[in-house]
Design a protein around this ligand. Structure first.
Ligand code: TEU
Length: 558
């Protein structure tokens, strides 16, 4: 396999609005990020992915871009962005931006012009159709944030346009070569600035099944999930091939795709040698327990399910390429609140979950706050939710007959807003995030759980993550942890998640994913104990005795 500059790096996702606010308006910003570069370097990360900071009405928090060539004033200016890229480089960090090109904002100039003249060149940048009151829509697909994918084109009563997400996020028409050229030009403009690459949003959605048509309804709203269409749409690969040839490949850029609903046989083309992307997220754990009918029917995965999904994904990518591994991102509940059993939020359990995920083969991505063990809020009130997707799920649950408190409980657990509460830097008023009123309420636990209380404390979650990153970078173990294979160990043993990483050396990662003790047989003699999330280590001959939530990383004799 050809070695790439990004293979051995640990990545870190910043959600700019909630990371660090330098000017006291309650919204995180680029200068705030710049002020934390020393911190990111100390943690050991070398790639930083920024969720969108382009100009945007922030209807979907920046995933609705109204100008790809400017920074939203709430986040700063282009000069700040240039400064961030340059200063990050000095800290050994590559900046990766979010690339949102399935759709733009309804405030983008292209869409405004399309509304003015739907028959003109910009009309063909979108999917616009004639329609008259009372007629069926061109298709019955349900948008991701609820309701049909079609809305009246602003300023018209006889034309509608397509949106897979919110109605203020009109889909761009990738069938139109002129649109594609505009996108490539923009991407190259950014890459010329010295950007490390892109995280690529919702990319499989760029290919629609045309002509539009209905599918059987899967809820009583008469609509069908958009995934039904995606599973049948052919041709996304042609778009991706051209995109990559015209842009990323020319710069050796790092790219990570947000790819859902890919066809299994397509993995080699997506992330294999000369694939479309450097990597893609492994969402198989996130998908556990999900129910497309709504969050009110979702259930949390067990440790056994988590392990099986992780191992299956490792096997799938083994001879192909690198997944990017996560326990959370800005669209998901906090990993420690989701994958650990209810009420189990000890530091040991948090380290176990983080370590088991981090040491898998692939690129580790941390999400801001994960490194200090930030948690879901338990005490949400309905009025505090901001996310459009969350508010839709409330309506879905009520319509299905849930009581308001049941609906609220589902929201409190699954809402993306759990990931969007501000970073807890310290225990002062505003948590060191902002001198003003944070745009989103702080998690009430910020006085006890914050970076200042963990930095330099050897048994903290933060210092554990630092050790994980350091281990993956260390000259002795990097080769094995980056390129070595993953071999599950005793995968049938209940609530034990253990695997070998075998390359130059042989390492055993063993986690007792439960609140009870258990013994584990060793695959061979131990050469060294590299990492332990607890103090004791007890080996009895060919077995080790694992305490509740204990995680060990052992080097074995060859
Ligand atoms: O997400 C795409 C996507 O498919 C998710 O929104 C998913 O449907 C959701 O998490 C429910 O599980 C990307 C971004 O990550 C997300 O923040 C944006 O809202 C979305 O695209 C639209 O740009």
């Amino acid at each position: 396999m050809e070695r790439k500059w990004w293979h051995g790096k640990t990545a870190y996702q910043i959600y700019p609005k909630s990371f660090c606010d330098s000017d006291g308006d309650g919204i995180g910003d680029l200068q705030g990020i710049i002020s934390k570069l020393d911190y990111l370097q100390e943690l050991g990360v070398e790639i930083v992915w920024l969720s969108p900071v382009y100009r945007s009405p922030l209807v979907d928090q920046g995933y609705d871009i109204s100008d790809y060539y400017s920074i939203d004033p709430r986040f700063g200016s282009m000069a700040d962005m240039d400064e961030l890229i340059a200063r990050a480089q000095e800290h050994g960090i590559s900046i990766v931006m979010d690339l949102v090109v399935n759709h733009c904002s309804d405030e983008h100039e292209w869409f405004r012009r399309a509304c003015q003249n739907p028959e003109g060149p910009y009309g063909r940048f979108f999917y616009i159709r004639d329609w008259h009151e009372g007629e069926p829509l061109p298709c019955n697909w349900r948008s991701y944030f609820g309701g049909p994918c079609w809305d009246l084109l602003p300023g018209h009563t006889d034309k509608i346009y397509f949106h897979a997400f919110h109605k203020r996020q009109p889909d761009l028409n990738w069938e139109n070569p002129a649109l594609r050229q505009e996108i490539y030009k923009m991407i190259n403009w950014w890459l010329q600035k010295g950007l490390g690459g892109f995280r690529i949003d919702a990319i499989i959605n760029i290919k629609k099944l045309l002509p539009f048509r209905d599918f059987p309804a899967d809820r009583d709203d008469g609509l069908c999930a958009i995934q039904t269409m995606l599973a049948r749409a052919e041709g996304v690969k042609d778009f991706l091939q051209e995109l990559v040839r015209e842009t990323f490949r020319r710069y050796d850029a790092f790219t990570v795709g947000e790819v859902f609903d890919e066809k299994p046989e397509d993995l080699p083309q997506i992330i294999g040698e000369n694939g479309f992307f450097s990597s893609m997220f492994d969402f198989s754990q996130k998908l556990l327990g999900q129910d497309r009918r709504g969050w009110y029917l979702c259930r949390r995965p067990t440790a056994e399910e988590y392990k099986k999904a992780a191992f299956a994904a490792q096997a799938k990518a083994a001879n192909i390429g690198f997944y990017s591994n996560i326990i959370e991102n800005h669209d998901q509940p906090r990993g420690v609140s989701h994958y650990l059993p209810q009420g189990e939020r000890s530091d040991a359990a948090k380290k176990l979950l983080g370590g088991l995920n981090f040491l898998l083969r692939g690129l580790p991505f941390l999400y801001q706050g994960q490194e200090i063990g930030m948690e879901n809020r338990d005490d949400w009130t309905l009025a505090e939710f901001d996310d459009i997707g969350t508010l839709d799920q409330y309506r879905v649950a009520l319509r299905a007959g849930c009581r308001p408190e049941q609906a609220l409980a589902a929201l409190a657990h699954y809402s993306r807003d759990n990931a969007r509460t501000p970073f807890q830097w310290d225990g002062s008023e505003g948590a060191g995030f902002s001198a003003g009123t944070p745009w989103m309420p702080l998690h009430p636990n910020y006085r006890q759980l914050n970076l200042a209380g963990q930095r330099g404390r050897p048994d903290s979650v933060y210092e554990f993550y630092r050790r994980l990153i350091a281990l993956r970078r260390s000259p002795d173990y990097a080769e094995t942890l980056v390129y070595g294979e993953t071999l599950p160990w005793l995968s049938e043993q209940h609530n034990l998640m253990a695997y070998l990483r075998r390359g130059e050396r042989t390492l055993l990662v063993a986690g007792n994913f439960q609140a009870e003790e258990q013994d584990m047989l060793l695959p061979g003699p131990v050469r060294a104990l590299l990492l332990n999330n607890l103090e004791s280590f007890s080996q009895n001959g060919e077995s080790v005795h694992l305490l509740p939530w204990q995680l060990l990383v052992l080097e074995l004799e060859e």
